[in-house]
Design a protein. Structure first.
Length: 320
């Protein structure tokens, strides 16, 4: 008993001495960021890239993390899963999938308006899944649960409804609206007034049609439409197909080999201001999701976001 007591006292004084030698570290700067199971990816008017989390994650066009930005200070925890978009002035639009509300913020992070409740009426939503803003700051919402696209003015007032079950929409430089009709594996093009202009992507040729479409985006400079597809050629090949502004098939890129190989279980696609393709490759393993950058032909350019184990740690002259 006496021996045990002596050992405990010795261990106690050793712990005190050890704790006295532990440096007190204060956070100076965050380095890096983890890309997880993203709900959306968006590019602002300056080409910066954003991912929606409890707070926005922001990257430069080259993939460097930006930690200091008023928009990144907005607390979106009450939005749960949400989608984002930007207009030409840099205003941010946040659309909650589960809470069914839409908010608009200016570049300084000030809330300009908030609309929406759960329901079927004008200005109400049921699991809205995508949002885009045209040159007039008119807002388009893919109101998926209600099987429609809703259009609002820049103040959030309801303007129009287009009946269509879709989870992905995009706009060209002329404010024409493109919507992915997933159940029928086709794309529908509408005029700025909502008139149907064109239907494409559903040809009889398995090699040039949509087989497992997920999401689309439009290159505003060329009018080309890029569609991510999980079943290119009718098989389990992941990649994207490209159509011209008139709906004609141009090319396809299968991304199943090399440094740009897609390994994730779900994907998001967007086109940046240089006409290059950004794809979020989502993995259910924590920290294993990535953002890939490709050129128009599907050639790998860069990637970032995967969490790796640190290889070294060191100190500077001031013991930082």
């Amino acid at each position: 008993m006496r021996t045990t007591l002596l050992l405990l006292i010795s261990f106690f004084f050793i712990c005190i001495q050890s704790n006295a030698q532990i440096a007190n570290f204060d956070l100076y700067q965050k380095v890096g960021i983890t890309v997880g199971l993203e709900n959306d990816i968006a590019v602002d008017s300056e080409g910066n890239i954003y991912l929606p989390h409890q707070k926005l994650q922001k990257f430069t066009p080259e993939g460097r993390v930006i930690h200091k930005d008023p928009l990144c200070d907005i607390d979106f925890r009450g939005y749960n899963s949400y989608r984002i978009a930007f207009d030409a002035k840099g205003n941010l639009y946040a659309l909650s999938y589960s809470v069914s509300k839409l908010s608009k913020y200016n570049k300084e992070g000030k809330l300009l308006f908030e609309i929406g409740t759960r329901g079927k009426g004008p200005g109400q939503f049921s699991y809205p899944n995508n949002i885009k803003v045209n040159s007039k700051e008119e807002i388009f919402v893919a109101d998926s649960g209600n099987g429609r696209i809703q259009k609002f003015d820049k103040e959030g007032n309801f303007l129009q409804e287009i009946p269509l079950v879709t989870g992905s929409i995009s706009l060209d430089a002329h404010d024409n609206l493109f919507a992915l009709d997933v159940p029928n594996k086709r794309i529908i093009k509408y005029s700025p007034q909502g008139e149907q202009l064109l239907v494409f992507g559903n040809s009889e040729d398995v090699g040039t049609r949509l087989n497992g479409p997920v999401q689309l985006d439009v290159d505003k400079k060329t009018g080309q439409v890029y569609v991510f597809d999980n079943l290119i050629n009718g098989y389990g090949y992941k990649g994207f197909l490209v159509f011209d502004a008139n709906g004609n098939f141009e090319t396809k890129s299968i991304l199943d080999s090399g440094p740009g190989r897609l390994m994730g279980s779900s994907h998001l696609i967007t086109v940046n201001h240089e006409g290059n393709i950004l794809i979020v490759d989502q993995s259910h393993q924590i920290g294993n999701s990535q953002i890939f950058l490709y050129d128009k032909k599907g050639q790998y350019l860069d990637s970032w976001g995967r969490e790796w184990s640190p290889k070294e740690i060191t100190l500077d002259e001031d013991d930082n």
